[in-house]
Design a binder for this molecule. Structure first.
Ligand code: 6R9
Length: 654
């Protein structure tokens, strides 16, 4: 965030209570109701969650709600047996729900498909049988590298149905990034498409899969390909198969496998402050309950709602609030293939008008892009179906909040600003829209059952309006269970920054925050070497490793600088190997190289060539100074640990 938006957040005092009408009809109707729920959960969290878990279907009930005897490794609903695909589908095959739209899909070129619960059930059962036919067994990992088409949701639900953990890899990642994840995760089968539509162009997904699989270390045996864009692709005999061909050969009967609560449901890779992205592991029962309850209460689901979360299924938001949360509740979930783009500045508003969307959940970066495109686009559409708005992914600046409130919400829709992470599985800090008055820029209060706090590095709560680290003091059902293949990294990254006190473990989120006099949380952004570009998390080290893998680069340091639309943009400071000279061409080439190594989301906005990087005497790059330089700010704070002051002078001049 820029200095000015931090300023305006600090001065923000406006309060927006929900309308009486909204509250009356809401699931949680008042601040008192929220407080009562919160207190009940705090007094006995295990009973609180166990009572709510009755809302799901269990093949066998659990013996113990929470096993926290080996922290930080939690087990929820121990020995319970359930199936997420069953809870999302079979449970809704009742006379009143079976013909209700489950997925309403809109393609970028304007084509659309509706699948009712009964139809989706058939598709998922068939595809689950396809997976079995391909040799996929319970526990085998399956990767998805797909566009936003119904087959992506079908594939996820089919994996869940047979107990094969999925790992969804965002379609914007490069072949190299895909390869690394396929190896780390030891994936057996990849599900992809010939291509996907992205901003009027075809993303050649299958071609990228072919490149990734050319590496002998990739253990993938079979590739299943959905047809989307129709261009010519290469199909390798006995390895690659068309989804539509296989579908013809299987039965639509595939009972859901009773899964243990703690069986792995999925792995999702996310960036951290060290080089290698980590595989965040989520399991079955607790995750299901957590996304079920957060969707229900935070989005105030009613039977007739049409819920649209704009996230790609490649991110956690797509997992929890496009697929599992809405479907577990029997809601209608809208899925859209397109992204905000200049060639169609009204695309989001068209989808809302066409499908009569009532709940709309998107990211601040999208909101800021639409502000720039002009009010005429939303003003030209009928947005009267909307009754609730949400945001996620980064702090929202009050200006963007006010625009969202006025221009999209017509000043009548509550806005839930939801703070959470890949690691938390579901939303943690948020307004409950009928109960909690909102303040622009604040995520407001913790979800019932979440003991969130702002602490110092000794683990003590900080005072009112004092800055500190966002932390959670008690386990919750949707929490990640471990880092795939690296339990020690799980412990180090999340549970050791704040010391264990009297046996109490505290979860360290990696965000800075403060709480105001009403107890409202104001999340200020990451405190580690993670940058947030257009709502996507990137590790500075990841981008640095990509840069130094280019022969011209000797050393690289990557920082974020404020950006009007993306929140932050990447600036890379680079020193060159012997014979290379700085040039615009080389800068372009390096940007391209990062895109090749990671994907377009990591393309640096700016490359700055330098003779040397500012380092401490112990050789650590002083990123703080580079951040100031990149943002055009005066160098702040102490520079006395700098080894060579002339480096700084030169960088300033350059
Ligand atoms: C769901 C998701 C997590 C990081 C998180 C924080 C930032 C997310 C936010 C927010 C302020 C919000 N973040 N929501 N910051 N206000 N409402 O985005 O997961 O991709 O893992 O990113 O995003 O910095 O730590 P993920």
């Amino acid at each position: 965030m820029s200095e000015s938006s931090i300023e305006s957040i600090l001065q923000e005092t406006r309060l927006f209570p929900p309308s009486a009408e909204f509250s009356q009809n809401a699931q949680i109707k008042s601040l008192e109701d929220y407080q009562a729920l919160y207190d009940r959960a705090q007094a006995d969290p295990q009973k609180f969650w166990a009572d709510l878990a009755q809302q799901l279907h269990w093949f066998q009930t659990w013996d113990t709600v929470l096993d926290w005897s080996n922290p930080p490794f939690a087990k929820w609903f121990v020995n319970g047996k359930t199936n997420l695909s069953y809870n999302c589908l079979d449970r809704h095959l009742t006379p009143d729900r079976r013909d209700k739209p489950a997925i309403v899909w809109e393609g970028e070129p304007g084509d659309s498909i509706t699948l009712t619960y009964a139809q989706l059930h058939v598709e998922v059962c068939k595809f689950a049988n396809v997976l079995k036919q391909m040799g996929v067994q319970k526990g085998d990992r399956v990767a998805l590298y797909m566009p936003m088409i119904p087959e992506a949701a079908i594939a996820m639900l089919a994996c869940a149905r047979i107990g094969a953990p999925h790992t969804v890899i965002f379609g914007g990642f490069s072949a190299e990034a895909l390869r690394d994840r396929l190896i780390d995760c030891q994936v057996k089968v990849v599900i992809t498409a010939d291509g996907g539509w992205r901003k009027d162009a075809i993303v050649p997904l299958k071609e990228q899969v072919d490149k990734a699989l050319a590496d002998d270390r990739v253990p993938v045996e079979k590739v299943l390909v959905a047809k989307r864009t129709g261009q010519e692709i290469v199909m390798q005999r006995d390895r690659d198969f068309w989804w539509h061909d296989l579908k013809e050969t299987v039965s639509a009967d595939c009972p859901a496998e009773p899964m243990d609560s703690e069986d792995m449901l999925f792995i999702l890779y996310t960036s951290g402050s060290t080089g290698k992205p980590k595989g965040v592991v989520h399991t079955t029962g607790g995750y299901n309950l957590y996304v079920h309850m957060t969707t229900k209460w935070i989005f105030d689901l009613q039977e007739t709602d049409v819920f649209w979360c704009t996230a790609d299924v490649g991110w956690i938001t797509g997992h929890s609030y496009v697929v599992y949360g809405p479907l577990s509740n029997g809601a209608t979930s809208v899925m859209y293939e397109g992204a905000p783009r200049a060639s169609n500045p009204g695309c989001f508003w068209d989808v809302i008008e066409k499908h009569k969307v009532s709940i709309f959940y998107t990211a601040p970066t999208a909101i800021r892009a639409f502000i720039k495109m002009g009010d005429q686009h939303p003003n030209d559409r009928d947005l009267s179906s909307l009754r609730l708005l949400g945001t996620v992914g980064e702090p929202i600046n009050p200006e963007a909040w006010m625009w969202y409130h006025k221009v999209i919400g017509g000043e009548k829709c509550p806005i839930v600003d939801t703070w959470w992470q890949t690691e938390t599985g579901g939303i943690m800090i948020t307004a409950l829209p009928g109960a909690i008055p909102t303040k622009p820029g604040s995520a407001t209060l913790p979800f019932p059952g979440i003991l969130a706090d702002v602490v110092d590095l000794d683990g003590n709560s900080v005072g009112v309006n004092e800055g500190g680290y966002l932390a959670v003091r008690y386990p919750w059902p949707g929490m990640m269970r471990t880092v795939f293949g690296d339990p020690d990294r799980f412990r180090r990254t999340y549970w050791q920054h704040i010391p264990v006190k009297d046996g109490q473990y505290t979860y360290f989120a990696g965000d800075g925050a403060r709480r105001d006099e009403d107890g409202y949380f104001w999340v200020m952004g990451r405190v580690d070497d993670v940058i947030n570009v257009a709502g996507h998390r990137l590790g500075t080290m990841e981008v640095e490793s990509a840069l130094v893998s280019h022969p011209a680069v000797a050393e690289a340091a990557v920082v974020g600088k404020p950006d009007e639309i993306k929140g932050q943009d990447i600036v890379a400071f680079v020193t060159l190997e012997g014979t290379y000279q700085p040039s615009d061409e080389l800068a372009k080439e390096l940007k391209k190289h990062v895109v090749l190594e990671i994907g377009a989301i990591a393309r640096p906005g700016e490359i700055r060539f330098a003779d040397a990087l500012p380092k401490t005497r112990s050789g650590k790059i002083m990123r703080r100074l580079l951040r100031d330089l990149a943002s055009g700010n005066a160098i702040s704070g102490d520079t006395s640990t700098l080894e060579d002051r002339s480096v700084l002078e030169k960088l300033r001049e350059g």
